[in-house]
Design a protein around this ligand. Structure first.
Ligand SMILES: [Mn+2]
Length: 307
């Protein structure tokens, strides 16, 4: 039986304000040019492109008190939080076209608040090479795209942890991280102290992607909102070169497809971030096209009918 998906709103977030390389600001258009909207329409999904969220330019300066571009990061995330909340309130499934991963602070803050208002449980699936659980005390770069999970869990500057008024926006127990293979030494300790549920590449190698995903998706029910935060550097750089922070040893094409198909099978995805795509580092928009291919699988495209 064909699955139906809620209507989708694309929200462009053209910024690299939290990143260590410039170029992710071009990500939204690269995804549009790769045909993201058309691909969803072809799957029978109702899609509206709401255009781009606006925010300040990237001043490209050194960290101040441990954070790089904090005021600008706050401005972008506040704008995205409001845009995300507006689409959720209309009953639509927002897809954030990033943009660097700091934008997940704004999107997920809005999503968590929506879940509280609706009495829904939240599950955040964080597909990434990195845990993004840094704090200013442990990251030398001060790049905030390495901090969103910590900020969402209440660890970070007040301006970000309290973006939605209350802190923390989420708890580590709501998060499952898949594909992790690069964690800073001090960050490892934080992850352990806060008991973040991390399925790193060694775990995936040992038990396989199918079992990993079954475990990470366990316990989802009709009252669960599943948010997928998809950092394109989750993928092995041999298939996805267009990201600023490539780490070898990521999921291959088939494993990535399985991840997306298993998420689609749950029928619970209520929102999606696509982040860190950097067209400056890509080859002929290859990584954007691969991302569109994977998003089609998130919306139920599979080789055969499987019920
Ligand atoms: Mn990330």
């Amino acid at each position: 039986m064909p699955r139906t998906f809620p209507p989708v709103s694309l929200i462009g977030v053209p910024t690299d304000i939290g990143a260590g390389h410039r170029g992710a600001r071009m990500g939204p258009d690269a995804l549009r040019i790769a045909g993201l909207g058309e691909a969803l329409l072809a799957r029978g999904v109702d899609v509206v492109d709401t255009g781009n969220v606006q925010g300040p330019a990237n001043p490209w300066i050194e960290p101040v008190h441990g954070y790089r571009h904090l005021d600008e990061v706050v401005a972008w995330n506040r704008a995205l939080m409001d845009a995300t909340a507006a689409e959720l309130a209309k009953g639509r499934l927002p897809i954030m076209l990033g943009g660097d991963h700091c934008l997940a602070i704004g999107s997920i803050t809005a999503i968590a608040r929506h879940c509280r208002q609706q009495g829904k449980r939240l599950r955040v699936l964080w597909l990434d090479a990195h845990s993004d659980f840094n704090t200013s005390a442990v990251t030398p770069s001060g790049n905030i795209h390495g901090m969103p999970v910590a900020c969402l869990c209440g660890i970070g500057p007040d301006e970000l942890t309290r973006l939605g008024g209350e802190a923390p926006a989420i708890t580590p127990a709501e998060v499952r991280q898949i594909g992790i293979r690069s964690v800073d030494p001090e960050e490892k300790k934080l992850i352990k102290d806060h008991a973040v549920d991390v399925y790193d590449m060694r775990y995936i190698d040992e038990v396989g992607m199918k079992r990993t995903m079954e475990t990470a998706l366990e316990g989802l029910d009709a009252d669960t909102h599943l948010h997928v935060s998809f950092d394109v550097d989750f993928l092995d750089p041999s298939i996805a070169p267009g990201v600023g922070t490539t780490v070898p040893g990521g999921p291959n094409y088939r494993e990535a497809q399985l991840v997306m198909e298993m998420i689609a099978d749950t029928g619970r995805m209520g929102s999606l971030d696509i982040v860190e795509l950097n067209p400056v580092l890509d080859r002929r928009n290859r990584t954007a096209k691969l991302t569109v291919d994977l998003v089609e699988s998130l919306f139920g495209k599979s080789t055969l009918m499987r019920d």
